[in-house]
Design a protein around this ligand. Structure first.
Ligand SMILES: [Zn+2]
Length: 295
């Protein structure tokens, strides 16, 4: 079983209409990737994994459109981000598990979380306090964590830096998760991207809290960062809590697997430590759904 714990909801059920395709050349140093894409493009990418967790990002109320490139980007889901995810998941229930997103400034926040969980069948929460521009320890954000803990919804946080101009970097620092996990010890948390470049900060938070995990998405295309992150996870004994994820559309599962399997290449011919190969296979085949209480 291969689970991709980190993918983004397609904006188009059918082909991306002529002239509306948008590309991003800043996400990755090595590739230009589509910002918007169809259900089929998504499904093609995910055909080599068994299950994918999929989600959008809820922008601040009043912002009609947004994407990982910024809250005014035209490339992402316009509105109804949770409906968009739920519609897609309902069409492919054997392959997809949907997470909701929420914004703490939404005056209907609790109603939207309840609707997303009960009516839409979404089973976790995606948050990116930097992209969504909120303080992850303010009262309205804490209400999200309390609801998620109460109802057994795992939260996947964007952790790590971002070049998006409107995104305050400090809001996604991994050490903030230490505080959240301390206050909500039964809440399952996934810290995305191993918190790059603060990977050792992520590793120590994961080590400290039984219900905190991290995902490998978005790392392989910076080979030293990826190597360093996994060596730190090895030395601090948390490799077993590293989950497989691609961050599609930014990368595909196939690229991510190849990147993981090649993580030791940059130290070939040296005496630098290696990430154990069997542990790399364990990451790819990790039963993340069980770990997060999703089956
Ligand atoms: Zn992502």
């Amino acid at each position: 079983m291969i689970v991709d714990i980190h993918t983004h909801t397609p904006q188009f059920r059918d082909k991306v209409p002529e002239g509306l395709r948008k590309l991003n050349s800043t996400w990755r140093p090595d590739a230009v990737r589509p910002v918007n894409y169809s259900w089929n493009e998504y499904l093609d990418s995910q055909s080599i994994v068994d299950k994918s967790v999929v989600f959008g990002i809820a922008w601040e109320p009043g912002e009609r459109v947004g994407s990982a490139a910024g809250p005014r980007d035209v490339g992402d889901v316009a509105e109804g981000v949770n409906d968009c995810t739920a519609t897609f998941v309902k069409a492919y229930p054997d392959q997809l598990i949907g997470f909701m997103s929420a914004h703490p400034y939404d005056i209907a926040l609790m109603d939207e979380m309840e609707r997303s969980r009960v009516d839409l069948g979404l089973r976790g929460v995606k948050l990116g306090a930097n992209y969504q521009s909120f303080d992850p320890l303010e009262a309205r954000a804490l209400a999200i964590y309390a609801y998620a803990e109460k109802h057994g919804l795992p939260i996947l946080f964007h952790n790590g830096t971002s070049a998006v101009k409107t995104a305050p970097i400090a809001a996604a620092h991994p050490l903030i998760v230490d505080e959240i996990a301390s206050r909500y010890p039964d809440l399952k948390i996934v810290m995305a991207h191993m918190g790059h470049p603060w990977t050792v900060d992520t590793v120590v938070v994961v080590r400290k809290h039984a219900n905190v995990f991290t995902d490998i998405s978005g790392l392989f295309y910076r080979p030293f960062t990826a190597y360093e992150a996994l060596i730190k996870a090895t030395e601090w004994g948390v490799l077993d809590k590293v989950l497989f994820g691609s961050d599609f559309p930014i990368a595909t599962p196939a690229e991510t697997m190849a990147g993981l399997r090649g993580v030791n290449a940059i130290v070939e011919g040296t005496r630098m430590p290696r990430v154990p190969e069997d542990k790399i296979e364990d990451i790819i085949h990790r039963d993340s759904l069980s770990l997060l209480g999703l089956i």
